[in-house]
Write a protein that binds this ligand. Structure first.
Ligand code: F0G
Length: 350
């Protein structure tokens, strides 16, 4: 049977009536990839069982689709005709796709010049009205929160509780894929803190055990680590360039209840982990998605996490093709050769 999408797959765990018309792109059911070479690189001879939850394989290339099927389904059920969100790009692309499928008008506010090309391209292609604001994600979020107080528009950012309901299904999948148990450590990037909050809801509800949460923030955009709002967040991981996360308190509670850790990693650390994922395991992600792995690598190196015999899952939140410009900028350029066999052979024997 083909995979029906996360709402149908986990309906008994979700607050939808059985007859609600579901707006879905058959999202979810993403692979949990065993990463032995990477495990050996970050924790030699420790017997670490490392898994990658490759959320970049969702229909619009990020984990946001899990939450968006739920938020758009609910918006339609409530009679909405227009939806809006602020976004660093992935939420925008996902909202645009699901709104298109539901026949809704979709407006997305993005920070000018700070949205990766693949996200902009997709949002435009799906027919969203893309509004580029001279401000940050946080400014955009304030604006959309205000406009929905004034106008009959549905907000589909992760402050909308339906988003978390959909996103928590990833925790169910991980437990199912591990044969009915939670990992010891669950590692992920933290931006607006919706996803970490959703995972915690999911693990608690599913009853297959609880992991400890490890959240990674970029050091230039690490409000939760610093314990204060960051007015001008900066990181090359533009997806998590956020200075005042909406789900801050909920993330803190989840970290606390799980005995978890939140830590900051530099852009260089993020890039290094991003490269390891691609080169050791053949998994191409956008930079922000490597932040969970960078955090795990850092905490093992610091001795804060003992990897011996442990199971860890790193959530890879978005596909590498989301941000081709950063990928090309941080790789060696291609070799150029004349189209001739002698030149090719000479190159091989260099
Ligand atoms: N990874 C990626 C690729 C993201 O796009 C985001 C958030 C996160 C991690 C962090 O998740 O916000 O739930 O803590 N992107 C949002 C957006 C902000 O607008 O696409 P979070």
């Amino acid at each position: 049977m083909s995979w029906p999408g996360v709402i149908h797959a986990y309906l008994p765990y979700l607050p939808f009536a059985a007859d609600t018309p579901i707006i879905t792109l058959n999202e979810g059911n993403t692979p949990l990839i065993r990463a032995d070479r990477l495990a050996e690189a970050i924790a030699p001879k420790a017997g670490l069982q490392l898994y990658l939850k490759y959320e970049g394989l969702n229909p619009t290339g990020s984990f946001k689709d899990r939450g968006m099927t739920a938020a758009i389904t609910q918006a339609v059920a409530e009679g909405a005709k227009t939806v809006i969100c602020a976004s660093t790009g992935n939420t925008a692309a996902s909202a645009a796709a699901y709104a298109a499928r539901a026949g809704l008008r979709c407006l997305v506010l993005v920070p000018e010049g700070k949205i990766a090309l693949g996200k902009l391209a997709a949002s435009l292609a799906y027919g969203a009205e893309v509004i580029s604001i001279a401000g940050s994600f946080d400014d955009g979020l304030n604006l959309v929160c205000e406009i929905v107080r004034r106008q009959p528009i549905a907000l589909v950012n992760s402050i909308n509780p339906w988003r978390l309901e959909g996103q928590k299904t990833a925790a169910f999948e991980i437990c199912d894929q591990l044969g009915g148990r939670a990992p010891d450590w669950h590692c992920l990037p933290v931006g607006n803190a919706g996803n970490i909050s959703a995972y915690w809801l999911g693990y608690r509800q599913y009853g297959k055990g609880l992991p400890r949460l490890l959240g990674g923030q970029a050091s230039g955009a690490a409000p939760i680590v610093l314990g204060r709002v960051v007015e001008k967040p900066e990181t090359l991981a533009t997806a998590i360039r956020i200075g005042n996360p909406a789900r801050w308190q909920q993330a803190l509670a989840a970290l606390d209840e799980s005995g978890g850790i939140i830590t900051a990693v530099s852009d260089d650390d993020i890039l290094q982990s991003w490269r390891l994922l691609a080169r050791l395991e053949g998994v191409f992600v956008e930079p922000a998605s490597a932040t969970g792995l960078a955090a795990l690598k850092q905490q093992i190196a610091l001795g804060e996490i003992d990897p011996v015999g442990k199971t860890a899952v790193c959530v890879l939140t978005g596909h590498g093709l989301k941000d081709p410009a950063t990928a090309v900028a941080h790789a060696n350029p291609p070799h150029t050769l004349p189209a001739d066999i002698t030149a090719l052979e000479a190159y091989l024997q260099r």
